[in-house]
Design a protein around this ligand. Structure first.
Ligand code: FES
Length: 558
């Protein structure tokens, strides 16, 4: 079987001379028309460290593909949205919706131009699940490359990252750092290319995707500026050719078993709550049934072992220094936490890939042994209750306790919440309710990193909880519950909460309860009036029409 399974439609049909003329006009020699075409895409764009270097990585990949002399590499780009830049402002509304544009645009160019294979390099939170969703839809031989993590910044002997900059604001308004130090934290938090450095959403998803088998070993942990990242791109041609030759497709790699592997690593490393959304979306796009209850089962049976930011100490570059993601996988395999039989983009199984790779060094303290976990169960807890009938997702690492009861203080937008925190309205004992920020209400289910950072910065992290129908950044920490479904805009009970109501959050029983009688809620429900959507045209309007709720991954295509 020839390897140009799709592109032959364009290149081998004599009734399509114009298609062939245009391809030749773009620089593909006539003699190469019968070779497989590999789309080499990225979310490379300027103005954001996570994506600024991706087109350079794509160029290395194109050379690697072309140098095999057996494939044609064709570059393309799509968009991305930086969460670090858009957090705390209206730009964030586009963040989660950008996942769908990325998936749609990769599917569109690869489908329309009949690429036989796909290499895609992604650098930020939504870009990676977007790329994998496209690969799952197309189901053609594909490899995802992670743009790599940023190096840590430094100031006054402290290691900085993007969350240091967010939290610096809370410290400044509470007089805990000087104006000059505030400026220096901003100046030094992001010292060059690479995605946000802790176990935030980008590193979480990159790791999950490598463990799932869709990236080459080390892709998720080799930093953006490392020689290893360069080497990964320079060698990718031979892996791509192998996938084409053996016809190994995403459906051979993304399976219920590999999804379970990914969920386990997310738990062990203390990954972002956004993974709950993205993993459901990836699985369902691949036709695999995954829901919040199954995620909770993984949490119940998997310990939290890694001391990584945002709750812990280490950054992804520190993980890389002790053997990277393969060393973590090797540890998991030896502990019976990983199914080593799963196929990967090397054309080999996980166990075969790991065989010759080094294990964790003995003297490391980033990953604890199973006998001495940070937390016996996972940190991502799925809660249900009378204000979260279809579920909510909390991140409980243990640092913040497992139970919180307090009085509600309600804000109908993130801006109002930020102003309330700034003006000292939020006091110890409060449960901050931020609503009308769900997938349709936000719109786009924005992340609440600014309010959580302001709460931490104000020293209220131990005394205040925050619940929302929006999301959290992987950088958020504290007692936080997000993804409350149904959302306020859809008439979910979170819309009925009033200031002073008692809210109880119990991560041991997985309950999120508003302590108000059903009769009283009925009265409030009868008076509730759905507010107008915040956006009435453009892409976000389309998104409001299409998006499904957070408990099913905020998909738009099914
Ligand atoms: Fe790109 Fe954080 S803004 S990973």
């Amino acid at each position: 079987m020839s390897l140009n399974r799709y592109s032959r439609v364009l290149t081998q049909d004599e009734s399509l001379p114009a298609s062939q003329a245009m391809i030749i006009g773009s620089g593909v020699p006539y003699e190469d028309l019968n070779k497989p075409f590999v789309g080499i895409g990225s979310t490379g764009f300027d103005g954001n460290p996570c994506n600024m270097h991706l087109t350079t990585l794509s160029a290395l990949q194109k050379k690697s593909v072309t140098d095999t002399k057996q494939m044609v590499g064709l570059l393309f780009n799509t968009i991305g949205v930086s969460d670090g830049i858009t957090n705390g402002n209206d730009g964030m509304r586009y963040s989660l919706p950008s996942r769908e544009i990325i998936a749609d645009s990769i599917e569109t160019i690869s489908g329309a131009h009949f690429y036989d294979g796909l290499i895609f390099t992604a650098g930020c939170d939504k870009n990676m699940p977007g790329a994998i969703m496209a690969m799952a839809r197309l189901n053609r031989p594909s490899i995802m490359v992670y743009g790599g993590t940023i190096n840590g910044g430094h100031f006054k002997g402290e290691k900085l990252n993007i969350v240091s900059a967010f939290e610096a604001y809370g410290k400044k308004i509470n007089g805990k750092i000087s104006e000059e130090d505030f400026r220096e934290v901003i100046r030094n938090s992001c010292p060059g290319p690479g995605a946000c450095g802790g176990m935030y959403t980008a590193n979480t998803m990159a790791t999950a995707i490598e463990v799932m088998g869709m990236s080459l070993p080390y892709s998720s942990s080799s930093p953006a500026r490392s020689e290893e990242k360069k080497k990964e791109c320079q060698e990718i041609g031979k892996y791509m050719y192998n996938l084409l030759e053996k016809d190994i497709k995403p459906s051979d790699i993304i399976t219920p078993k590999s999804i379970l592997n990914a969920l386990r690593v997310i738990t062990i490393l203390g990954g972002s709550t956004n993974a709950a959304l993205h993993m459901i979306a990836i699985a369902r796009t691949m036709g695999i049934d995954l829901d919040l209850q199954q995620i909770q089962k993984v949490t119940d049976t998997t310990p939290l072992l890694a001391d990584m930011k945002p709750s812990g100490k280490y950054l992804m570059e520190d993980l890389f220094a002790i053997g990277g993601t393969p060393a973590i996988m090797k540890f998991m395999l030896s502990e019976g936490m990983l199914d080593g039989t799963c196929m990967t983009v090397t054309g080999k199984t996980i166990a075969e890939n790991l065989e010759s790779l080094p294990a964790l060094p003995k003297d490391q303290d980033l990953l604890r042994p199973v006998s001495n976990p940070i937390k016996k169960e996972g940190h991502i807890q799925v809660l249900y209750g009378n204000i979260a009938k279809k579920g909510a997702v909390a991140k409980i690492t243990g640092h913040e306790g497992e139970k919180f009861e307090g009085k509600a203080i309600c804000f109908d937008s993130e801006v109002e919440a930020n102003e309330g925190i700034r003006d000292g309205k939020v006091k110890p004992g409060h449960v901050v309710v931020i609503r009308y920020v769900g997938p349709k209400g936000g719109p786009g289910m924005p992340e609440m990193l600014k309010p959580t950072s302001a709460i931490i910065g104000a020293g209220l992290g131990d005394n205040v909880a925050l619940i929302t129908d929006g999301r959290f950044s992987g950088g958020s920490h504290g007692f936080v519950v997000g993804h409350i479904t149904p959302e306020a805009m859809e008439g979910g009970e979170i819309a009925l909460v009033q200031d002073g109501d008692v809210i109880s959050i119990d991560a041991r029983t997985n309950q999120l309860d508003l302590k108000v009688s059903e009769g009283e809620l009925e009265k409030r429900r009868a008076k509730w009036i759905k507010p107008p959507y915040r956006v009435t045209s453009g892409y976000l309007w389309k998104y409001i029409q299409m998006v499904k709720d957070a408990s099913t991954g905020c998909l738009t295509d099914r």
